[in-house]
Design a protein around this ligand. Sequence first.
Ligand SMILES: Cc1ncc(COP(=O)(O)O)c(C=O)c1O
Length: 385
Amino acid sequence: MAVDVASLPARIRHRFPVFEQRVYINSCSQGALSDSVRAAYAQYLDDWDEHGAPWEYWVGRLEAVRAAVASLVNANEDEIAVTTSVSAGVSALASGLRFDQGRDTVIVSDFEFPTIGQIWHAQERRGIRVVHVPAEADGTIPLERFAAAIDERTALVATTHVCFRNGGRLDVEGIARIAHERGALVLVDAYQTVGSLPIDVRALGCDFLAAGVLKYLLGSAGLGFLYCRCELVETIEPTATGWFADRDIFQMDIHDYSPAPTARRFEAGTPPVPSTYAAIAGIELMREIGIAETEAHVRELNALLRDGVDELGARVVTPREPERSGALVCIASTDVNMLVAALADEGIVTSCRDDNLRVSPHCYNTAEDVQMLLDALAANRQLLA
Ligand SMILES: Cc1ncc(COP(=O)(O)O)c(C=O)c1O
């Protein structure tokens, strides 16, 4: 897709007031606040004032999130659990997975977010074995490393789509193919990609996919989701559960556990009502802006960024090949906390992990934002490795 880097932000940037004060280039942490998400929160308060406790309507909002997420990732509504975080959805999944027929092992890539590693290691208390797939020195994890790790003892492979630490993108389709050939299931953590590029669970070939709306979906904190492939839903009985996971929520039966026949069985207690308003507004806004257009736009910006960092003689640690990276670009630093603070002094909001500066442009960022960042990096060249 040929793109003009000015046209997308020219159309939408005015809807994100943070840009009146800052160069915000940190969507890998949190998306910028839009006028529509602000209005959605105001609407929640108005509804609460006006109606008291409109629970029927609020449960309807939850279903609207389910529908929006399903269409976003090309799933059926019955395959989506709306959760309060990735952690909540994946914990429910872990609690219900059966590790039988000699399959006692979970394979975890070394690119995982802490919550994923920790949840699977918590299962060691249940006798599960966890095996890590290590990264190469160049910051990639080649498919062969997964192929070497996955075997007849593997119950599940947990893989991130894009790594939150270094921006490296994994070959999820390839991993899923190998895992399925060997009888294992695949969980994808798509938090660093959803909203920044089109996600299609069928094309990825995964069995489960978890993410949330805080980052590139612009929807703020408190709401995540878990996709579970329809054929698997009723084979998994979560023991981390709650009344919103029940077959009939309003039966209020305390003598029985009957999980919903759909992916709602991975939910738990009272839904995050305010976050449902924000999630709907954020997802709608991203769809209106265009996720494929955003991906192409961000690729152009990141090409400018990489060229500028090269000119400074500094080092981008995120792999260069388009299929090995996403929106997040990480730059090696000698003192990354000082670098983030120096950029903040210039009004530029970024973040860091390990020794890497994280720069994560989105639909609203411009070539001027990138140039301002590069100028600030040049002024702080001694902080770049
Ligand atoms: C890849 C990835 N997974 C998960 C999370 C967060 O998970 P949770 O919703 O459980 O806080 C983040 C960021 O916060 C992330 O970058």
